[in-house]
Design a binder for this molecule. Structure first.
Ligand code: SF4
Ligand code: SF4
Length: 377
């Protein structure tokens, strides 16, 4: 069995994060659907109206054209450009629900906007809900922050879930180092007998489903991230889709780290223009962190559900050296893959892109580039 590892953390990058809101962008960029015929041909867009499955407008405004944008995985996509009219005109007609724990199963499922989330929850029985409140990527703290800001909403939603699935219980998994989030739950959870905090060691990847289930020995649990429980809260309580999210901006290149509450489709460069006046020309931008993320140029990068944060790091002169055949990259791999096969022979190998092999390599070889097929030796 692979042992998960503790990463060396730079304590200068663990400063208190300050919340900022960026909710009034001039333009929003919405990726086209895979099939163009699925697109609704509207020129004037209402806030929270559906463009197509799982995609809702975060603002009201008018369609002005098409632009090429970048997603967090580095892929370029064509996007519809909506000019914000700042009127926040919404399609919303359903009232806010007072109570969540009186819903029938059908009402519950029909209230969920994201079809993938709905599918995962459309099961007959659940014995354990396993909620991961863990940010795996160092220096990104969205899950912690979201839970501290919305603890009661998350607990109320879990209470509703547990009512729908009789005899079930919920484990909320937190790192034993995350004292603020632990305290936020401890202040509330005393009243809920079937919810329990499970503390785990601060090891990289422990918040991911297979590793967390294995650690807590709950293989048959239904796994949700805390942010997904909060998404359910917005769907159930406010009767609307989620069109906003938190992203973390942190790193040695920025004077102050922030958690930014913003809308889907916002151009990330416009957030930087607003909050950072410093010169960032000598920095590298790691989208979704240095371990599992990728280095990208921020121009045209847009906020989507998959974007968790940007790590801005001063450029270091780490010149890759020759492989010394130490084998560390193989022994650290949590899924028992062999990154050397990709690096030396150009072979495709199983990979969850966790970045551990690059992190451990004493020769500074950027192994993840070979794993994603970006370079060959
Ligand atoms: S990046 Fe891929 S090959 Fe490297 S350690 Fe992670 S899973 Fe293994
Ligand atoms: S960790 Fe780096 S130096 Fe060691 S075997 Fe792997 S690629 Fe070579």
């Amino acid at each position: 069995m692979t042992k998960l590892v503790k990463l060396d953390i730079d304590s200068t990058l663990t400063k208190e994060l300050e919340l900022k809101e960026f909710n009034t962008p001039d333009f929003i960029y919405v990726p086209f659907p895979p099939k163009k015929e699925d697109l609704k041909k509207e020129v004037h867009i209402k806030k929270e109206s559906a463009f197509y499955q799982n995609v809702y407008s975060p603002v009201s405004g008018k369609l002005t054209g098409v632009d090429s944008c970048l997603l967090a995985n580095g892929k370029k996509v064509n996007c519809m450009v909506i000019q914000n009219d700042f009127q926040e005109k919404s399609e919303q007609t359903k009232p806010i629900r007072k109570k969540l724990n009186h819903l029938t199963k059908n009402e519950f499922l029909e209230s969920i906007y994201d079809s993938r989330l709905k599918k995962r929850l459309n099961v007959d029985t659940v014995s354990t809900f396993l909620i991961s409140g863990i940010d795996d990527e160092p220096y990104i703290e969205n899950e912690s922050f979201l839970q501290q800001e919305n603890t009661k909403c998350i607990v109320d939603t879990l209470d509703a879930l547990l009512t729908l699935y009789p005899e079930s219980k919920a484990y909320i998994a937190l790192k034993n180092t995350d004292s603020k989030t632990i305290l936020a739950y401890q202040n509330i959870l005393g009243m809920y007998k079937n919810m329990e905090i499970k503390l785990v060691d601060d090891l990289y990847l422990i918040g991911k489903e297979p590793f967390l289930k294995r650690t807590l020995k709950v293989q048959d649990a239904l796994f949700l991230k805390a942010s997904e429980v909060y998404e359910l809260y917005i769907n159930l309580k406010k009767n609307r889709p989620v069109v906003e999210k938190y992203i973390t901006i942190n790193g040695s290149g920025v004077s102050k780290p922030y958690i930014i509450k913003t809308k889907f489709g916002v151009n990330v460069a416009s957030i930087f223009n607003k909050y950072y006046i410093e010169d960032l020309s000598n920095c590298s931008f790691y989208v979704n962190g240095m371990m599992g993320g990728i280095q990208l140029d921020l121009n045209h990068l847009i906020v989507t559900k998959e974007l968790d944060g940007i790590l801005v790091m001063k450029k270091e002169n780490r010149v890759p050296k020759s492989c010394i055949k130490c084998g560390k990259c193989i022994s650290i791999c949590p899924i028992h893959s062999n990154p050397m096969l990709a690096y030396k022979l150009g072979r495709k190998v199983p990979c969850i892109h966790c970045g551990l092999c690059t992190y451990i390599c004493p020769s500074y070889i950027p192994l993840e580039k070979y794993l994603s097929g970006e370079e060959n030796e």
